[in-house]
Design a protein around this ligand. Structure first.
Ligand SMILES: [Zn+2]
Length: 348
């Protein structure tokens, strides 16, 4: 009687040991014994190593999420994020070093789509059976980015309402718009001229603001190449090149030469041409409504790496209602919306 449990236990131990040994030695043998077929196990073969495929998936999704978040961020910058913008700037000095903004550069959608780190690339090649082909994925991303663009027929001709002037795209020295008209004096401070269509839109804009109880005036409008030359050189002698380039466009590089740009200020003159204008009722009204009249705040907050200019809540550029609406709904920045290269610095 006392021997039986021992014998049973010994037999069980032997059975378990054999089973363990066979498991350890060859899963194929076990599988064959069980009547199933399995692939040869290899830690480098993801088809037999589902953990690798699972581990790779989150990395890819993270990359895609980051790209989406960046798009969202840049889309917000010129739209409804005015309060954030104001908070970040109101206590800062009027001038900023370019470096601060450059460090905060958001990646462009194209760069983000291509920015897969080397380790996950290697992983991709190993798990291509389980995951979408990375090349296909990239072209799909590029395609959807293209669908978000609203590229005008003409961004080069100085006379085009959609011309883009920035630090890489100067106007000819002798360009003077042919259809300049004076703004009605009650809309402006001093005599101001604009191209006809932009002048009409400005009149509607200022009147609409007035209807909402916001008194605005146009401080600056068309500027000739010669005027910009004098303005720039005036700053240059006082502040030197680095500071001047942050304050004023070089002659030929000012949007004001297009006759499609205006600087708007409160009728009271307070916060005029200062970033704190963005915090006023007038600045907020422009940020919310300018696009309804064909204008955009051309130099939004934190887009200096694209536009080349620091935040200017007072500087509006006329593009027409369709383009203005699209820019505001999409990237908030004309260069990005039109599929043009960023122009953070002068190229010559
Ligand atoms: Zn301006």
């Amino acid at each position: 009687m006392p021997r039986r449990p021992t014998a049973t236990l010994t037999a069980a131990a032997v059975t378990l040991a054999c089973l363990g040994a066979s498991l350890y030695a060859s899963p194929q043998v076990i599988a064959q014994n069980m009547g199933r077929q399995v692939h040869a196990f290899s830690p480098l073969d993801p088809t037999t190593y589902p953990m690798a495929a699972e581990a790779a998936k989150p990395q890819l999704e993270t990359t895609a999420d980051a790209s989406r978040e960046q798009s969202t961020l840049s889309g917000d910058s010129n739209d409804s994020d005015t309060n954030t913008a104001i908070t970040r700037h109101e206590d800062q000095p009027e001038l900023h070093t370019a470096d601060t903004d450059v460090q905060e550069q958001p990646k462009l959608p194209d760069e983000a789509a291509d920015s897969v780190d080397p380790s996950s690339s290697q992983l991709l090649s190993r798990v291509e059976v389980a995951l979408p082909d990375p090349d296909t994925d990239a072209s799909e991303t590029a395609q959807s980015a293209e669908e978000d663009l609203n590229v005008p027929d003409d961004v080069d001709s100085p006379d085009a309402l959609t011309v883009i002037v920035n630090k890489a795209r100067p106007l000819p020295e002798d360009y003077i718009p042919a259809d300049l008209v004076e703004l009605p004096s009650q809309l402006s401070t001093g005599t101001q001229t604009l191209r006809q269509e932009a002048a009409d839109a400005t009149e509607t804009l200022i009147a609409a603001a007035q209807d909402d109880g916001v008194a605005l005036t146009v401080m600056s409008s068309y500027r000739s190449y010669q005027y910009q030359h004098e303005l720039y050189n005036n700053y240059l002698t006082r502040y030197g090149t680095t500071v001047t380039d942050e304050m004023s466009a070089r002659p030929g590089y000012s949007e004001h030469q297009t006759g499609l740009a205006i600087d708007v200020a409160p009728a009271s003159g307070e916060h005029s041409l200062q970033q704190s204008f963005g915090d006023t009722v007038g600045g907020q009204w422009l940020a919310e409504h300018a696009h309804e009249y064909g204008f955009v705040v051309r130099y939004p907050l934190d887009q200096q790496n694209v536009t080349g200019f620091d935040y200017e809540p007072w500087h509006l550029r006329y593009f027409g209602e369709d383009y203005a609406q699209h820019i505001v709904d999409n990237t908030g920045v004309a260069e990005l919306d039109f599929g043009l290269d960023p122009a953070p610095d002068y190229t010559e």
